[in-house]
Write a protein that binds this ligand. Structure first.
Ligand code: UGA
Length: 436
């Protein structure tokens, strides 16, 4: 059944969700306070680099199934269901800052005159949904006939469209069968056909999302601590991860050792979970997360130190080529990018850092020089750092690059280069936790 769906907030999550809802057949309006973003989306263009998003925007803005606005009056009584897809950035002390969600509710609620379902998709601390529901009901003319549900989103940047159209699972945190029925209609076939659905209460739904991100972060920090063991003992962490991954209970994904996790989600979400755990006196969880964070920070620090060491203890004036600026391949997002943390440290130590990334554009005031090709970055470099594993870096020609670099030293911070090929071309290849 075709429904009228509003998506409030058109960032990564909201823009993709709106396009995905139109793709499965609903009529959709995306709303945002940013008129520039809305104009870009309304013209069928994607404000972010995300594979497959623009074709959906083009198709459905043209068909008229997908529209964008900045005016809450257009969505309030029009929609059968409102999705909240607002950002929850880090606030003071790392607690989640809920002001965007609150502001959206304050704008929407006074116009809700009929029974309405509002569905949160953002990542929030447990307990948020009930608080927001109170706020909604206090402001809405429809009062208690307005209900909040929580339906967390698990999409990955770089795979946002695929994850939206073919999710691993759907989580419906609800308080009533009416809310559940409506959510099931929203996600009706083809989405729910082969997708496991977890129906639960609000707190469980909120916790499932933060637990998923915390578990992924823990997996990465676990393998990075094993990389340290391999480094100390002479083992090979990639073979170790392969062997662990064959055990179905463990799985190979998120066991890639290297520079660790960054981005706009994992680091902030696990910090917010630790803060909430401390508030609720669940200290063991806070401690577990602190260990995960410390290992992750340690990887960045170590890579910077290793670079200084390779250049004889002083990088003042040294030209350093950095391959990769995005927090992971497949995106132009540099939020909390491990590559940029390392670059910043080396810049602070006096190095001249030259960065190449296939997609990410750095702010012009950034402390580094950004160049348009790998060749330009490597020319005259005293050391090369491979910090974001874009697939194209795997097929670089070490012989040709060797002729451009001042020193043939490369630190592979993501353990993805084929070291023997580079060594055959005369390069010294440094990989933490890999046997040489
Ligand atoms: C993450 C989750 O994977 C999504 O499920 C979730 O919906 C999203 O956060 C969110 O909360 O919105 P994303 O931030 O796109 O998605 O990034 P990931 O693919 O999870 O990668 C996170 C970081 O871990 C990257 O810096 C990546 O380089 C690093 N990573 C990943 C590793 O260091 N090793 C691995 O084996 C895997």
């Amino acid at each position: 059944m075709t429904l009228r769906v509003s998506v409030i907030g058109t960032g990564y999550l909201g823009a993709t969700h709106a396009a995905g809802m139109a793709e499965v057949g609903h009529r959709v309006i995306g709303i945002d306070v940013d008129p520039v973003r809305i104009a870009v989306l309304a013209a069928g263009r994607s404000p972010i680099y995300e594979d497959g998003l623009e074709p959906l925007l083009v198709r459905h803005t043209r068909s008229g199934r997908l529209r964008f606005t900045t005016d809450y009056r257009e969505i309030a009584d029009w929609a059968d269901v409102h999705f909240l897809a607002l950002g929850t950035p880090a606030g003071p002390g790392g607690a989640a800052d809920l002001r965007q969600l609150e502001a959206a509710i304050d704008s929407l609620a006074p116009m809700l005159t009929k029974p309405t379902l509002v569905v949160g998709k953002s990542t929030v601390p447990v307990g948020t949904a009930l608080q927001l529901q109170e706020r909604l009901r206090a402001l809405a003319p429809a009062g208690d006939r307005v209900e909040l549900a929580w339906n967390p989103e698990f999409l990955r940047e770089g795979f946002a469209v695929e994850d939206t159209l073919r999710p691993d699972r759907l989580v419906f945190g609800v308080q009533s069968t009416a809310a559940l029925d409506l959510l099931e209609q929203v996600y009706a076939i083809p989405l729910t056909e082969a997708t496991p659905v977890v129906r639960c209460d609000l707190a469980t739904a909120e916790l499932i999302k933060t637990a998923a991100n915390a578990f992924l972060a823990t997996k990465i920090s676990f393998i990075n601590s094993m990389a340290q063991m391999c480094q100390a003992a002479g083992g090979d962490v990639v073979l170790l991860a392969d062997a662990l991954g064959y055990d179905k209970r463990i799985g190979r994904e998120f066991l890639n050792a290297g520079l660790g996790f960054g981005g706009g989600c994992l680091p902030k979400d696990i910090r917010a979970l630790a803060v909430r755990a401390t508030e609720l006196e669940v200290d063991v969880l806070a401690q577990l997360i602190e260990a995960v964070e410390a290992i992750n920070e340690g990887q960045r620090a170590e890579l910077a130190e290793l670079t200084v060491e390779q250049l004889g203890g002083d990088v003042t004036g040294a030209r350093i080529a950095v391959l990769g600026a995005a927090f992971k391949p497949g995106t132009d997002d540099t939020r909390n990018s491990p590559a940029l943390t390392v670059a910043n440290r080396l810049h602070a130590a006096g190095a001249r850092v030259v960065i190449y990334d296939p997609q990410a554009e750095l702010a012009p005031k950034a402390d580094f020089t950004q160049v348009a090709t790998v060749d330009e970055a490597v020319t005259g470099a005293e050391i090369v750092l491979h910090l974001t594993e874009w697939p194209e870096f795997r097929s670089l020609d070490p012989v040709a690059l060797g002729a451009l670099a001042t020193n043939k030293i490369i630190i592979d911070g993501r353990l993805k280069l084929h070291a023997p090929t580079w060594r055959d071309a005369g390069w010294k290849v440094v990989q933490i936790g890999r046997a040489t």
